[in-house]
Design a protein around this ligand. Structure first.
Ligand code: AMP
Length: 282
């Protein structure tokens, strides 16, 4: 397994792989790998001849006062896990090479897809994500790039962006990997106290409760959302950023749910912000 930090070097390495007909599969991450990331790597291993993992805690997607400095990092552990998943190449750039002095170019997807939900709570977040993902895709030039549905809105934004910019390569979305008790895996789960870890189960329980209501025939969004808010507020310890029922493709809110509806939620458990989502009738 190679570890490359230099942009020119990895670009050349990937161009050469392409030139000899290799299929490049790419998994971009911010590191501190867990089973969610590893599921993307395992699928990437099946789909590509050259499996590339990037590890980069992207400063432009963090807002003022967010957890950029505290974001968990453990490169040695990531390296070991990547090797176990058969990664060929880790791209591990530093912030100065991705954003050198004088850097002035940003990629933005406009409209409700980026101003709703996460975008409403974190106004500069998606601009940072779309900028870095565009840069990573143009550096690595993968045939296939793999993303998790854990970040459901991010995946929709990236699909929109790659389509709009005619970026080649397939974008693949993979299911959310959860802990045994249902909590969606996230690098940020390490921030949770024991009590917070317990309280965080309200997210998956809310999704389950909503799916049950839908399967029992309740199709009115307001009724399902009202129960969801009650469930999230029941312990008195969570603060809700949003809980919404949206069309899975457009992410517009729906008044009546159907097979294309997804529930998306974001809450704060103490200082830790957690997101989750799931289909209702899927
Ligand atoms: P991150 O390192 O948090 O930026 O995530 C890198 C990629 O892993 C993104 O495509 C995420 O959606 C994906 N990912 C993170 N957590 C999970 C999870 N629990 N299940 C599946 N994919 C995930």
């Amino acid at each position: 397994m190679e570890i490359i930090s230099n942009i020119k070097e990895i670009q050349t390495r990937c161009l050469n792989a392409r030139a000899v007909g290799q299929i490049i599969a790419f998994v971009p991450t911010m590191g501190f790998l867990h089973e969610g990331h590893l599921s993307l790597l395992r699928e990437g291993r099946k789909r590509g001849d050259l499996l590339v993992l990037s590890i980069f805690v992207n400063p432009t997607q963090f807002g003022q006062g967010e957890d950029l400095d505290a974001y968990p990092r453990d490169f040695e552990r990531d390296e070991r896990l990547a090797r176990e998943c058969g990664v060929d190449l880790i791209f591990y750039p530093d912030a100065e090479s991705i954003y050198p002095p004088g850097y002035a170019t940003y990629v933005s997807v406009e409209g409700p897809l980026t101003t709703s939900l996460e975008g409403a709570c974190r106004p500069t977040h998606f601009r940072g994500v779309t900028t870095v993902v565009t840069k990573l895709l143009t550096i690595v030039m993968p045939h296939v790039a793999l993303f998790g549905r854990k970040d459901f809105q991010q995946l929709a934004v990236i699909r929109r962006m790659t389509k709009d910019l005619n970026l080649p390569g397939e974008i693949v979305g993979l299911p959310i990997v959860r802990e045994d008790d249902g909590l969606a895996m996230s690098s940020r789960n390490v921030y949770l106290s024991d009590d917070g870890r317990n309280d965080s189960l309200a997210l998956v329980e809310t999704l389950r409760q909503a799916a049950e209501m839908a399967q029992d025939g309740e199709l009115a969004s307001e009724k399902i959302l009202s129960s969801a808010r009650q469930r999230l507020n029941a312990g008195g310890t969570l603060s809700i950023d949003y809980v919404k029922l949206c069309n899975a493709h457009t992410l517009e809110e729906v008044a009546t749910i159907d097979h294309n509806t997804v529930m998306l939620l974001a809450v704060k458990v103490g200082k830790t912000r957690l997101i989750d989502n799931g289909p209702l009738l899927g």
